[in-house]
Design a protein around this ligand. Sequence first.
Ligand SMILES: Cc1cc2nc3c(=O)[nH]c(=O)nc-3n(C[C@H](O)[C@H](O)[C@H](O)COP(=O)(O)OP(=O)(O)OC[C@H]3O[C@@H](n4cnc5c(N)ncnc54)[C@H](O)[C@@H]3O)c2cc1C
Length: 366
Amino acid sequence: MAAGVFSVDLCLEDGRCAGVWVLDRGRLHLVRAGSVILATGGIGQAYLRTTNPPVATGDGVAMAYRAGAVLEDLEFVQFHPTALAVKGAPAFLLSEAMRGEGAILRNTAGEAFMERYDARRELAPRDVVARAIWQEMAASGDGHVLLDVTALPRRWLWERFPLIANTCRGYGVDIAVTPIPVAPAAHFMIGGIKTDVYGATSLPGLYAVGETACTGVHGANRLASNSLLEGLVFGSRTGEAAAAGARPVGRRLVARPDTRGPRTVPDATALRAVRATIRQLMWEGVGIERTGSSIRRTLDGLARESWLNRAAFGSREGIEAQNLLLVATVVAGAALARRGSVGCHFRRDYPQKGPHWRRHITVRSG
Ligand SMILES: Cc1cc2nc3c(=O)[nH]c(=O)nc-3n(C[C@H](O)[C@H](O)[C@H](O)COP(=O)(O)OP(=O)(O)OC[C@H]3O[C@@H](n4cnc5c(N)ncnc54)[C@H](O)[C@@H]3O)c2cc1C
């Protein structure tokens, strides 16, 4: 897809994906294709705090859902435990390597707390550390804990973590002197568009790869750096499979998706407000810890924003907001359906795995 061109919806012909509707400089075009690969990244923007870039609005997942493709494992959203938590700063990721090198997590009273949660302390898995931090934040009422590397020599710190040291300095934190305020942030979408190990989705002609896809390889708790698989293994496999499976490009006229002629045009302020509401609702109700009632509250709140999906309009920002609303709703629905805790999905009301933990939760429209 050319730079700046924004994909809106998939075009279906005879039950097969036959192209993509795109917005280019405000105009809607159909790009026909023998096969289509979605590689639109994650959904982090559905959460108040995220390490993801602004483009991570779940567009591919939303497009695939609207086209009737099967989605899977949506309840598995991985939270990174340590992202910078300084007012006005983005949730910049502070790598696990810091804890690997001896960084200590302290609550705002200065106590090193990890040993109360797990014998592996700072080296426990991401989900365990994220939940421990979450509980410390709840207990203190503060919006962060502290990542303390002040026992390590300044020069070594700057050599080992130059980007982190420099970024923190930009926000007034000298990491050699001051423990760094950190809090968890939504980081990686494990679930997504269900694919086989060659990127094929349930919809003929449609393939997906990268964070938007769900191959199943990450289980319920992706290991750090395993996204390399998505590029190195599934990227090439999917490309080859999509090329081999391509059909001749059709020429029939097809209906445009309803992106024009808005009945209600949400202005930029209204769109920002909707996005902020979605992010807050997901953070509070379908975040690091969930319960049936917190998820239902989020679903109720999302339903109140559903006016947005009735307002068709042609701006990229508007479509992204619609996609976020849709994706948030299906993620919350999957989290409600899984009555058990496994990997990065933790239900406080069902803390055990439960008998059906190996089952996948799948979703499709219609
Ligand atoms: C801060 C950070 C650090 C990370 N560190 C690591 C690491 O050390 N090791 C590791 O393995 N993984 C890491 N990850 C995870 C990994 O980087 C991501 O999972 C991976 O980059 C996702 O790649 P992708 O190609 O699926 O999506 P992206 O790289 O997000 O690319 C998606 C592309 O699709 C475009 N797009 C989206 N929607 C549309 C649309 N509607 N129309 C047209 N284009 C669209 C976007 O503009 C973007 O160019 C990290 C992630 C973050 C955020």
